[in-house]
Design a protein around this ligand. Structure first.
Ligand code: AMP
Length: 581
């Protein structure tokens, strides 16, 4: 398969904002590919060589890429760098210069997808002495045989800027349309949610059809998309929704961890699929030694504790465990415990489709005694009064609220979805003060007065999973201390982009745009109809969306959440409706 065919598809997708059109372009392409090429093309379309949970090591610096462009195009380093300052993206620079290439290639051989994959894997695996020079030459070698559009995407892939606009939901639509029926779409999505590997799902579907997809099971080593909770404003409503009887658990305020345990190895994943094993080596070791069976996948919340009295400490304490360096000291200084709340695989059996009470029984009997491992506090409640007293106990113990969990026969572990099988209830709702929102930063405005020379305010957005876009909710300029103001460029500038990202829906135009990546926790007074903001635009009133009034940064950077995990537009709509009740 020629790489130029793939690159021109990426180009066509980038030029459209219609999800239907993207789906049709992709499915036309998918149909022509053999299963293995399909797998690779799916990864490439997301700028990757592997599934999301693999540590991505491609990241070449802009400088190195510009050097490769200079080498192949014949333009001086100086000229290429100047153009890059103007354009902001080495991919665009490569495309422009390849059009005007000074050096005519004498021997040119068309790029195939196989050659590109090989070249990118070689770049990824170069390390040690002279590796930078080798990476640069490997890229130059491919650029030598590239046309302008191919060059654009090669440079975007190696610099981690590949965002053609087709998100995972569009790829799933395209897969269903190429190899199955529209009605099979939920099952294909389930396979993705339990493996987090779109390439694997594509290859499985193309080679084995829907029978193979239905057979996809949770597997040790492939993190599973976490199950999420809905929220309701009162315990009465929760009890009503749960038909008068449910399990309630403490809602611990820590870091969620999914542990994949075998007798040889333990891997801990965050809800963003990052590998957290090095951050919690003590927990990993306890889980390995205390597991009674051969293997399991369990979930729990890691919380800092005071080892003298066992009391839970505020969330800020456990964040010291997320640092990159000095882990040995952090492990000693900030002891944690894991509060286990679910099991997804037990001794080789996928238990996600078993009801909650069965999973809970399996979980409770799976581990021997270990001071680092504690079962989440759970009680079956049958009235709002019982729920209230459990909730108060949870708050006194230092938790942020409770999780109500369905105990019906249908109470499966629903990977990757938010539903009413789990309902969260936090102290914010109880005291009827403000609630918190986790919003993605999509832009920044330069500061004035005391903030001159720094970013003074940020444009914040929530994720619309239906449209696969980020819709703005507020302009945030309050709650920033000096340290945060100083740290903003380091936190945000790596996500800077010259134009509004294709998936950001905004009427406001900030001074700087960011690819949605960083998530901040925000409080606010209330949601109100807004002519400026685009969340739920046109839903409650024509020409108006929903905006958050008096937003304030709580000081908490949600680095455990990716932009797609930010408070969704549908949650914002529910909160707005709750507010009107
Ligand atoms: P939120 O981040 O506010 O949407 O709340 C959901 C998060 O609560 C989950 O992702 C877990 O990290 C956390 N959590 C704490 N305790 C529990 C529990 N007992 N069951 C499920 N999730 C819990």
């Amino acid at each position: 398969m020629l790489y130029s065919d793939i690159a021109s598809v990426f180009d066509r997708i980038e030029r459209t904002s219609s999800r239907l059109e993207m789906t049709s372009i992709l499915s036309d392409l998918f149909r022509t590919l053999d299963p293995l090429s399909l797998r690779n093309v799916v990864y490439l379309s997301q700028g990757k060589l592997h599934p999301d949970f693999f540590p991505q090591k491609l990241g070449m610096s802009d400088k190195l890429v510009l050097k490769a462009i200079s080498l192949t195009s014949g333009f001086s380093d100086d000229h290429v760098e100047k153009l890059s300052v103007k354009e902001g993206d080495p991919g665009t620079v490569a495309e422009m210069l390849m059009k005007e290439k000074k050096q005519m290639a004498l021997f040119s051989e068309s790029l195939t997808v196989e050659r590109v994959m090989k070249g990118l894997i070689a770049i990824e695996s170069s390390d040690g002495k002279d590796s930078q020079e080798r990476k640069m030459k490997l890229l130059a070698n491919m650029l030598h045989d590239s046309d302008p559009v191919e060059a654009r995407y090669l440079c975007r892939i190696v610099t981690g800027r590949m965002r053609v606009g087709a998100g995972s939901m569009t790829i799933l639509d395209a897969l269903a349309s190429s190899f199955a029926d529209k009605s099979d779409r939920p099952e294909i999505e389930r396979a993705f949610n339990v493996t987090c590997d779109m390439g694997l799902v594509a290859e499985t579907l193309a080679s084995g059809g829907m029978d193979a997809i239905r057979n996809v099971k949770v597997t040790i080593g492939n993190p599973i998309k976490v199950m999420l909770a809905e929220r309701l404003p009162s315990l009465n409503e929760i009890m009503e929704r749960m038909e008068g009887r449910c399990a309630m658990e403490y809602k611990y305020d820590g870091i969620r961890v999914q542990a994949h345990i075998t007798k040889n190895e333990v891997k801990l994943y965050s809800r963003r699929l990052e590998d957290l094993t090095k951050n919690f080596p003590d927990i990993a070791s306890s889980l390995k030694h205390a597991l009674k069976g051969k293997e399991a996948i369990v979930e729990g919340e890691c919380v800092s504790v005071n080892v003298n009295d066992g009391k839970m400490l505020p969330f800020q304490e456990v964040t010291h465990r997320r640092r990159k360096h000095g882990m040995e000291n952090a492990v000693k200084e900030y002891p944690v415990r894991i509060f286990l709340f679910d099991i997804l695989q037990n001794d080789g059996e996928d238990v996600t489709l078993r009801p909650y009470t069965e999973r809970r029984d399996i979980l409770s009997s799976s581990f021997g005694d270990d001071e680092n491992i504690i079962m989440s506090n759970m009680r079956i409640v049958t009235s709002a009064e019982e729920a209230e007293s459990f909730f108060n106990e949870a708050l006194s113990a230092g938790c942020e609220g409770i999780m109500a969990k369905s105990i019906s026969d249908a109470s499966v572990y629903r990977a990757g979805s938010r539903g009413f099988l789990w309902i969260k209830y936090k102290k914010d709702y109880h005291t009827e003060t403000i609630d918190t929102y986790d919003l993605a930063v999509v832009g920044a405005f330069y500061g004035m007065g005391k903030r001159k020379g720094r970013y003074g305010a940020l444009l914040m957005a929530s994720y619309d999973s239906e449209m696969q876009t980020y819709a703005t909710v507020c302009k945030l300029g309050t709650g920033f201390d000096d340290a945060f103001l100083d740290s903003m460029p380091e936190l945000l500038d790596k996500h800077k982009t010259n134009e509004r990202p294709a998936d950001v829906d905004s009427k406001m135009i900030p001074d700087v745009w960011f690819v949605p990546s960083v998530v901040l926790e925000i409080t606010g007074a209330e949601l109100s109809l807004s002519p400026i903001h685009t969340a739920a635009a046109g839903v409650f009133k024509e020409d108006a969306g929903l905006g958050l009034r008096f937003p304030r940064f709580t000081g908490r950077i949600r680095d455990d959440k990716g932009a797609e995990d930010s408070t969704s537009v549908s949650e914002i709509m529910e909160l707005y409706e709750m507010q009107r009740m």
